[in-house]
Design a protein around this ligand. Structure first.
Ligand SMILES: [Zn+2]
Length: 256
């Protein structure tokens, strides 16, 4: 059974091997739970379901932080409950469905396509459920309709694909103003009140000090990127990883 780490009272994080992808589970205090970004391989999602069963936590809803293939997964074992996303995210998941399925079948084959990417648009800025208050912080950085979640009682910020210790800011290069949108999203997350724990979509859970460090590192990267400064490419998170071509692509997008 997969390990669930309690990062704050009633908030659990598990990390998939593929891309160090995190999934977060919030207990509602009545035997139910909200499952955020269950990931990534078929085996990993089913281990997550088993871990929830072992703890007596039954999913009552899901949340997809953004419409990228590795954040819109689901399985029958998690139950057929609504999986929410922002309105913009739901629109993209529908419009780009063929592309998402392509990426999925290349990187994590044999998922249940019936349940893949089927999202319900959340009306309003809070998840309607019996559990603790969950606020949606919607912005357009990294992907359209990116929705981070803030749990004010527990002091947890579930950042989606932002605030990572292992990834540089990855811009939505299809946006008209990718850098501006990224800065706006980062500002929104950095300004969230009472955050003691951050959970990035890929990477490691951090505390309040780590939140500050990551915001500064991301701003340093963005500043250099926008200036067209080669220093951006020396961000230590890039190294020789898959982030190198991603960096080159967004550099070219801003300085073509
Ligand atoms: Zn993403």
């Amino acid at each position: 059974v997969r390990e669930l780490t309690e990062v704050a009272p009633g908030v659990y994080v598990t990390t998939a091997e593929l891309y160090t992808t995190t999934s977060t589970v919030i207990a509602d205090g009545h035997g139910g739970c909200l499952v955020i970004d269950p990931a990534v391989t078929v085996a990993e999602v089913s281990e997550l379901a088993a871990a929830l069963e072992a703890r007596g936590l039954r999913p009552v809803a899901g949340w997809s932080t953004h419409p990228h293939w590795d954040h819109v997964l689901w399985s029958a074992r998690l139950g057929d409950v609504p999986r929410y996303g922002t309105e913009a995210a739901v629109a993209v998941a529908e419009r780009a469905r063929a592309e998402l399925i392509d990426e999925l079948t290349t990187s994590a084959p044999r998922h249940d396509l019936q349940r893949f990417g089927r999202l319900t648009a959340l009306a309003g800025e809070m998840i309607e459920w019996r559990g603790p208050a969950v606020h949606v912080l919607a912005h357009q950085a990294h992907a359209p309709g990116h929705g981070a979640l803030l749990l004010p009682e527990a002091g947890v910020l579930i950042a989606g694909d932002m605030l990572s210790d292992i990834e540089i800011p990855l811009l939505d290069v299809a946006d008209q103003d990718p850098a501006g949108q990224y800065r706006a999203g980062l500002e929104l997350l950095a300004g969230a009140q009472g955050v003691e724990v951050i959970v990035p979509g890929h990477g490691h859970v951090g505390d309040r000090a780590e939140l500050g460090r990551r915001v500064r590192a991301d701003l340093r990267y963005l500043d250099a990127l926008q200036r067209g400064d080669a220093a951006a490419g020396r961000d230590e998170r890039i190294g020789e990883s898959w982030l190198r071509p991603e960096h080159d692509r967004q550099f070219a997008r801003l300085h073509a």
